[in-house]
Write a protein that binds this ligand. Structure first.
Ligand code: HEM
Length: 321
Protein backbone atom coordinates (compact mmCIF):
# COMPACT_ATOMS: atom_id res chain seq x y z
CA UNK A 1 0.00 0.00 0.00
CA UNK A 2 1.40 3.39 -1.00
CA UNK A 3 0.15 6.33 1.03
CA UNK A 4 0.29 9.72 -0.63
CA UNK A 5 -0.22 12.84 1.43
CA UNK A 6 1.16 15.78 -0.56
CA UNK A 7 -1.43 17.86 -2.42
CA UNK A 8 0.57 17.51 -5.63
CA UNK A 9 0.51 13.70 -5.41
CA UNK A 10 -3.21 13.68 -4.58
CA UNK A 11 -3.97 15.87 -7.60
CA UNK A 12 -1.96 13.54 -9.86
CA UNK A 13 -3.83 10.53 -8.45
CA UNK A 14 -7.17 12.18 -9.33
CA UNK A 15 -6.03 12.76 -12.89
CA UNK A 16 -4.47 9.40 -13.75
CA UNK A 17 -7.70 7.48 -14.27
CA UNK A 18 -6.12 5.34 -17.02
CA UNK A 19 -3.69 3.62 -14.66
CA UNK A 20 -5.33 4.10 -11.26
CA UNK A 21 -8.81 2.76 -10.76
CA UNK A 22 -11.35 2.39 -8.00
CA UNK A 23 -12.94 -0.74 -9.54
CA UNK A 24 -11.31 -3.39 -7.29
CA UNK A 25 -12.62 -1.51 -4.25
CA UNK A 26 -16.13 -1.52 -5.67
CA UNK A 27 -15.73 -5.22 -6.47
CA UNK A 28 -14.68 -5.92 -2.91
CA UNK A 29 -17.70 -3.96 -1.68
CA UNK A 30 -20.20 -5.81 -3.86
CA UNK A 31 -18.70 -9.13 -2.75
CA UNK A 32 -19.98 -8.25 0.73
CA UNK A 33 -23.47 -7.99 -0.84
CA UNK A 34 -23.19 -11.63 -1.94
CA UNK A 35 -23.04 -10.79 -5.64
CA UNK A 36 -21.51 -13.79 -7.40
CA UNK A 37 -18.06 -13.76 -9.00
CA UNK A 38 -19.65 -14.41 -12.41
CA UNK A 39 -21.98 -11.41 -12.13
CA UNK A 40 -19.09 -9.24 -10.99
CA UNK A 41 -17.06 -10.26 -14.03
CA UNK A 42 -20.02 -9.44 -16.25
CA UNK A 43 -20.40 -6.01 -14.67
CA UNK A 44 -16.74 -5.11 -15.15
CA UNK A 45 -16.09 -6.73 -18.52
CA UNK A 46 -15.10 -4.30 -21.26
CA UNK A 47 -17.23 -4.37 -24.38
CA UNK A 48 -20.27 -6.07 -22.86
CA UNK A 49 -21.80 -6.18 -26.33
CA UNK A 50 -19.57 -9.18 -27.03
CA UNK A 51 -21.63 -11.10 -24.46
CA UNK A 52 -24.93 -10.35 -26.14
CA UNK A 53 -26.23 -13.09 -28.38
CA UNK A 54 -27.13 -11.65 -31.74
CA UNK A 55 -30.32 -13.65 -32.11
CA UNK A 56 -31.66 -12.45 -28.75
CA UNK A 57 -34.23 -9.81 -29.63
CA UNK A 58 -34.29 -8.51 -26.05
CA UNK A 59 -30.53 -7.97 -26.10
CA UNK A 60 -29.46 -4.58 -24.86
CA UNK A 61 -29.22 -2.03 -27.70
CA UNK A 62 -27.46 0.26 -25.31
CA UNK A 63 -24.37 -1.87 -24.73
CA UNK A 64 -24.30 -2.87 -28.40
CA UNK A 65 -24.33 0.73 -29.55
CA UNK A 66 -21.87 2.20 -27.07
CA UNK A 67 -18.87 3.19 -29.24
CA UNK A 68 -16.58 3.36 -26.20
CA UNK A 69 -17.31 -0.29 -25.29
CA UNK A 70 -17.56 0.66 -21.62
CA UNK A 71 -18.09 -2.09 -19.08
CA UNK A 72 -21.67 -2.04 -17.83
CA UNK A 73 -20.80 -0.54 -14.42
CA UNK A 74 -18.86 2.32 -16.09
CA UNK A 75 -21.76 2.96 -18.42
CA UNK A 76 -23.99 3.20 -15.38
CA UNK A 77 -21.60 5.77 -13.85
CA UNK A 78 -21.80 7.86 -17.02
CA UNK A 79 -25.59 7.91 -16.73
CA UNK A 80 -25.38 8.99 -13.11
CA UNK A 81 -22.99 11.80 -14.00
CA UNK A 82 -25.20 12.98 -16.84
CA UNK A 83 -28.24 12.88 -14.62
CA UNK A 84 -26.44 14.91 -11.98
CA UNK A 85 -25.45 17.50 -14.55
CA UNK A 86 -29.17 18.18 -14.81
CA UNK A 87 -29.45 17.58 -18.56
CA UNK A 88 -31.23 14.97 -20.53
CA UNK A 89 -32.58 13.15 -17.50
CA UNK A 90 -35.93 12.25 -19.04
CA UNK A 91 -34.36 11.21 -22.36
CA UNK A 92 -31.80 9.01 -20.66
CA UNK A 93 -34.38 7.23 -18.52
CA UNK A 94 -36.65 6.70 -21.52
CA UNK A 95 -33.85 5.39 -23.78
CA UNK A 96 -32.30 3.26 -21.04
CA UNK A 97 -35.68 1.67 -20.36
CA UNK A 98 -36.09 0.84 -24.04
CA UNK A 99 -32.53 -0.34 -24.42
CA UNK A 100 -32.38 -2.52 -21.33
CA UNK A 101 -35.88 -3.93 -21.27
CA UNK A 102 -37.08 -3.56 -24.86
CA UNK A 103 -40.14 -1.59 -25.99
CA UNK A 104 -42.32 -4.32 -24.41
CA UNK A 105 -41.74 -2.77 -21.00
CA UNK A 106 -43.21 0.53 -22.14
CA UNK A 107 -46.11 -1.29 -23.81
CA UNK A 108 -46.90 -3.14 -20.57
CA UNK A 109 -46.83 0.11 -18.61
CA UNK A 110 -45.93 3.43 -20.28
CA UNK A 111 -45.50 4.95 -16.81
CA UNK A 112 -42.37 2.88 -16.19
CA UNK A 113 -39.89 5.82 -16.62
CA UNK A 114 -41.98 7.76 -14.08
CA UNK A 115 -41.67 4.91 -11.56
CA UNK A 116 -37.99 4.69 -12.36
CA UNK A 117 -37.52 8.32 -11.23
CA UNK A 118 -39.12 7.36 -7.90
CA UNK A 119 -36.84 4.35 -7.62
CA UNK A 120 -33.71 6.41 -8.37
CA UNK A 121 -34.71 9.00 -5.79
CA UNK A 122 -35.17 6.35 -3.12
CA UNK A 123 -32.04 4.46 -4.18
CA UNK A 124 -29.90 7.58 -3.86
CA UNK A 125 -31.21 8.17 -0.37
CA UNK A 126 -30.20 4.66 0.59
CA UNK A 127 -26.92 4.43 -1.27
CA UNK A 128 -25.61 7.93 -0.70
CA UNK A 129 -24.95 8.05 2.97
CA UNK A 130 -22.72 11.11 2.76
CA UNK A 131 -25.32 13.82 2.30
CA UNK A 132 -27.58 12.72 5.11
CA UNK A 133 -24.68 12.30 7.54
CA UNK A 134 -23.54 15.83 6.66
CA UNK A 135 -27.16 16.98 7.28
CA UNK A 136 -26.98 15.43 10.73
CA UNK A 137 -23.78 17.27 11.71
CA UNK A 138 -24.93 20.57 10.20
CA UNK A 139 -28.30 20.58 11.99
CA UNK A 140 -26.72 19.34 15.23
CA UNK A 141 -24.17 22.15 15.32
CA UNK A 142 -26.77 24.77 14.49
CA UNK A 143 -29.30 23.72 17.10
CA UNK A 144 -26.72 23.38 19.88
CA UNK A 145 -25.48 26.96 19.35
CA UNK A 146 -28.06 29.72 20.00
CA UNK A 147 -26.01 32.29 18.04
CA UNK A 148 -25.64 30.02 14.98
CA UNK A 149 -29.32 29.10 15.20
CA UNK A 150 -30.38 32.77 15.20
CA UNK A 151 -28.11 33.84 12.33
CA UNK A 152 -28.85 30.85 10.08
CA UNK A 153 -32.59 31.12 10.73
CA UNK A 154 -32.55 34.83 9.81
CA UNK A 155 -30.71 34.36 6.52
CA UNK A 156 -32.42 31.14 5.39
CA UNK A 157 -35.96 32.22 6.26
CA UNK A 158 -35.76 34.69 3.35
CA UNK A 159 -35.66 31.67 1.03
CA UNK A 160 -38.73 29.97 2.57
CA UNK A 161 -42.41 30.65 2.11
CA UNK A 162 -45.45 29.44 4.08
CA UNK A 163 -46.57 27.45 1.01
CA UNK A 164 -43.56 25.17 1.61
CA UNK A 165 -41.52 26.29 -1.39
CA UNK A 166 -37.82 27.10 -1.08
CA UNK A 167 -35.88 29.52 -3.27
CA UNK A 168 -32.67 27.64 -4.02
CA UNK A 169 -31.01 30.68 -5.60
CA UNK A 170 -31.30 32.63 -2.35
CA UNK A 171 -30.29 29.60 -0.29
CA UNK A 172 -27.19 28.68 -2.22
CA UNK A 173 -26.00 32.21 -3.13
CA UNK A 174 -27.06 34.51 -0.32
CA UNK A 175 -26.60 32.58 2.92
CA UNK A 176 -22.94 33.18 3.88
CA UNK A 177 -23.36 31.87 7.43
CA UNK A 178 -24.77 28.57 6.16
CA UNK A 179 -22.02 28.37 3.50
CA UNK A 180 -19.41 28.75 6.24
CA UNK A 181 -21.02 26.01 8.35
CA UNK A 182 -21.26 23.72 5.28
CA UNK A 183 -17.51 24.08 4.63
CA UNK A 184 -16.62 23.69 8.27
CA UNK A 185 -18.78 20.55 8.65
CA UNK A 186 -17.28 19.03 5.47
CA UNK A 187 -13.81 19.85 6.76
CA UNK A 188 -14.35 18.27 10.17
CA UNK A 189 -16.60 15.33 9.38
CA UNK A 190 -15.27 13.82 6.16
CA UNK A 191 -12.47 11.28 5.99
CA UNK A 192 -12.01 10.68 2.29
CA UNK A 193 -9.45 8.02 1.45
CA UNK A 194 -9.16 8.21 -2.37
CA UNK A 195 -8.29 4.54 -2.72
CA UNK A 196 -6.99 3.36 -6.09
CA UNK A 197 -5.44 0.21 -7.51
CA UNK A 198 -2.87 0.43 -10.36
CA UNK A 199 -4.01 -1.59 -13.37
CA UNK A 200 -0.79 -0.71 -15.19
CA UNK A 201 2.62 0.62 -14.24
CA UNK A 202 2.62 4.39 -13.77
CA UNK A 203 4.36 7.09 -11.79
CA UNK A 204 3.16 9.81 -9.47
CA UNK A 205 5.56 12.75 -9.51
CA UNK A 206 8.60 10.50 -9.81
CA UNK A 207 7.34 7.69 -7.54
CA UNK A 208 7.02 4.42 -9.42
CA UNK A 209 3.68 2.67 -8.97
CA UNK A 210 3.68 -0.93 -10.18
CA UNK A 211 0.71 -2.82 -11.57
CA UNK A 212 -1.32 -4.18 -8.63
CA UNK A 213 -0.07 -1.57 -6.13
CA UNK A 214 -2.70 0.03 -3.94
CA UNK A 215 -2.59 3.78 -3.52
CA UNK A 216 -4.34 5.67 -0.78
CA UNK A 217 -4.51 9.42 -0.24
CA UNK A 218 -6.24 10.17 3.07
CA UNK A 219 -7.44 13.77 3.35
CA UNK A 220 -8.43 14.08 6.98
CA UNK A 221 -4.97 14.95 8.28
CA UNK A 222 -4.78 17.99 6.01
CA UNK A 223 -8.31 19.07 7.02
CA UNK A 224 -7.10 19.13 10.64
CA UNK A 225 -3.74 20.72 9.86
CA UNK A 226 -3.13 23.68 12.19
CA UNK A 227 -0.83 25.38 9.70
CA UNK A 228 -3.61 25.47 7.14
CA UNK A 229 -6.64 26.07 9.37
CA UNK A 230 -5.27 27.59 12.56
CA UNK A 231 -4.58 26.43 16.10
CA UNK A 232 -8.27 25.59 16.66
CA UNK A 233 -8.38 23.34 13.53
CA UNK A 234 -10.00 20.45 15.39
CA UNK A 235 -13.00 22.58 16.42
CA UNK A 236 -15.95 23.88 14.45
CA UNK A 237 -15.62 27.62 13.88
CA UNK A 238 -17.52 28.76 10.78
CA UNK A 239 -15.97 32.25 11.12
CA UNK A 240 -12.76 30.92 9.58
CA UNK A 241 -14.55 30.46 6.23
CA UNK A 242 -16.42 33.77 6.67
CA UNK A 243 -13.21 35.70 7.32
CA UNK A 244 -11.17 34.04 4.58
CA UNK A 245 -13.22 33.53 1.42
CA UNK A 246 -10.31 31.79 -0.32
CA UNK A 247 -10.14 29.04 2.29
CA UNK A 248 -12.70 26.85 0.50
CA UNK A 249 -10.40 26.74 -2.56
CA UNK A 250 -7.27 26.13 -0.56
CA UNK A 251 -5.06 23.18 -1.46
CA UNK A 252 -5.47 20.68 1.34
CA UNK A 253 -9.24 21.19 1.58
CA UNK A 254 -10.91 18.60 -0.63
CA UNK A 255 -13.89 16.96 1.06
CA UNK A 256 -15.52 16.29 -2.31
CA UNK A 257 -12.44 14.93 -4.08
CA UNK A 258 -11.18 16.62 -7.23
CA UNK A 259 -9.78 16.17 -10.71
CA UNK A 260 -11.41 13.57 -12.95
CA UNK A 261 -13.41 12.03 -10.13
CA UNK A 262 -14.57 15.29 -8.49
CA UNK A 263 -17.89 14.43 -6.84
CA UNK A 264 -20.58 15.03 -9.47
CA UNK A 265 -23.21 15.01 -6.69
CA UNK A 266 -21.74 18.06 -4.92
CA UNK A 267 -24.36 20.54 -6.14
CA UNK A 268 -27.20 18.17 -5.35
CA UNK A 269 -25.73 17.40 -1.91
CA UNK A 270 -25.41 21.09 -1.09
CA UNK A 271 -28.99 21.75 -2.18
CA UNK A 272 -30.26 18.79 -0.14
CA UNK A 273 -28.48 19.90 3.03
CA UNK A 274 -29.36 23.61 2.65
CA UNK A 275 -33.03 22.83 1.92
CA UNK A 276 -33.36 20.54 4.91
CA UNK A 277 -31.71 23.07 7.25
CA UNK A 278 -33.81 25.97 5.94
CA UNK A 279 -37.13 24.12 6.15
CA UNK A 280 -36.43 22.64 9.56
CA UNK A 281 -35.55 26.01 11.06
CA UNK A 282 -38.44 27.75 9.31
CA UNK A 283 -41.13 25.28 10.30
CA UNK A 284 -39.99 24.01 13.69
CA UNK A 285 -38.59 25.07 17.02
CA UNK A 286 -36.03 22.51 18.03
CA UNK A 287 -35.01 22.29 21.67
CA UNK A 288 -32.01 20.17 22.51
CA UNK A 289 -32.79 18.06 25.54
CA UNK A 290 -29.35 17.12 26.81
CA UNK A 291 -27.33 19.87 25.17
CA UNK A 292 -24.33 17.86 24.02
CA UNK A 293 -23.15 16.86 20.55
CA UNK A 294 -22.30 13.19 19.93
CA UNK A 295 -18.66 12.50 19.24
CA UNK A 296 -17.53 11.46 15.77
CA UNK A 297 -16.77 7.81 15.13
CA UNK A 298 -13.18 8.11 13.93
CA UNK A 299 -12.50 4.39 14.33
CA UNK A 300 -14.99 3.29 11.68
CA UNK A 301 -13.51 3.20 8.14
CA UNK A 302 -15.17 5.81 5.96
CA UNK A 303 -15.20 6.68 2.27
CA UNK A 304 -16.73 10.09 2.92
CA UNK A 305 -18.78 11.53 5.76
CA UNK A 306 -17.97 10.19 9.22
CA UNK A 307 -20.81 8.97 11.36
CA UNK A 308 -21.68 10.00 14.91
CA UNK A 309 -21.43 7.73 17.93
CA UNK A 310 -24.79 8.13 19.57
CA UNK A 311 -27.74 10.41 19.09
CA UNK A 312 -28.85 13.86 20.02
CA UNK A 313 -32.19 14.14 21.82
CA UNK A 314 -34.42 17.00 20.74
CA UNK A 315 -37.96 18.24 21.28
CA UNK A 316 -39.57 19.49 18.08
CA UNK A 317 -42.63 21.74 17.95
CA UNK A 318 -44.31 23.41 14.97
CA UNK A 319 -43.76 27.17 14.64
CA UNK A 320 -46.58 29.58 13.79
CA UNK A 321 -45.97 30.67 10.18
C1 HEM B 1 -21.88 15.83 1.25
C2 HEM B 1 -22.08 14.77 0.51
C3 HEM B 1 -21.04 14.13 -0.37
C4 HEM B 1 -19.70 13.94 -0.13
C5 HEM B 1 -18.89 14.34 1.11
C6 HEM B 1 -19.16 13.26 -1.31
C7 HEM B 1 -17.82 12.94 -1.49
C8 HEM B 1 -17.30 12.41 -2.65
C9 HEM B 1 -15.88 12.22 -2.90
C10 HEM B 1 -14.76 12.58 -1.94
C11 HEM B 1 -15.75 11.67 -4.14
C12 HEM B 1 -14.44 11.32 -4.86
C13 HEM B 1 -14.03 9.89 -4.52
C14 HEM B 1 -12.74 9.48 -5.19
O1 HEM B 1 -12.19 10.21 -6.05
O2 HEM B 1 -12.26 8.41 -4.83
C15 HEM B 1 -17.09 11.48 -4.67
C16 HEM B 1 -17.37 10.90 -5.88
C17 HEM B 1 -18.65 10.65 -6.31
N1 HEM B 1 -19.82 11.10 -5.75
FE1 HEM B 1 -19.99 12.16 -4.05
N2 HEM B 1 -20.18 13.02 -2.20
C18 HEM B 1 -21.33 13.54 -1.66
C19 HEM B 1 -22.59 13.52 -2.25
C20 HEM B 1 -22.90 12.87 -3.41
C21 HEM B 1 -24.23 12.75 -3.96
C22 HEM B 1 -25.49 13.35 -3.35
C23 HEM B 1 -24.11 11.97 -5.09
C24 HEM B 1 -25.16 11.50 -6.04
C25 HEM B 1 -26.43 11.63 -5.87
C26 HEM B 1 -22.71 11.64 -5.26
C27 HEM B 1 -22.22 10.89 -6.30
C28 HEM B 1 -20.88 10.66 -6.51
C29 HEM B 1 -20.34 9.88 -7.63
C30 HEM B 1 -21.18 9.21 -8.74
C31 HEM B 1 -18.95 9.88 -7.51
C32 HEM B 1 -17.92 9.18 -8.41
C33 HEM B 1 -17.33 10.11 -9.42
C34 HEM B 1 -16.29 9.42 -10.30
O3 HEM B 1 -15.70 8.42 -9.88
O4 HEM B 1 -16.06 9.93 -11.40
N3 HEM B 1 -22.02 12.20 -4.24
N4 HEM B 1 -18.02 11.96 -3.75
Amino acid sequence: MIILISNRDIATTWRDTAALTFDPVIQQFITTLDISKKTQETLFRENPASMVQRENKFASLLVKEDPMHHAFCHLQMEWVKQQLSGNMLADIVFSATKALFGSEMLEVDPRFPEFYFGFEEAAWKISNNNAHTICFWTISHIITSPSLLASVRTETSKACSPSGSVDLTILTNHCPQLDAIWHEVLRLYTAVSLIRVAIQKTSINGKIINKGDQVMSPTRQSHLNRELFGSDATELHPERFLKDKKLANQKGYHPLGGGNTYCPGRFLAKQEVYTLVALMLYRFDIDVEDGSLPTVNAAEPSLGAMRPMGNIRVKVSARKL
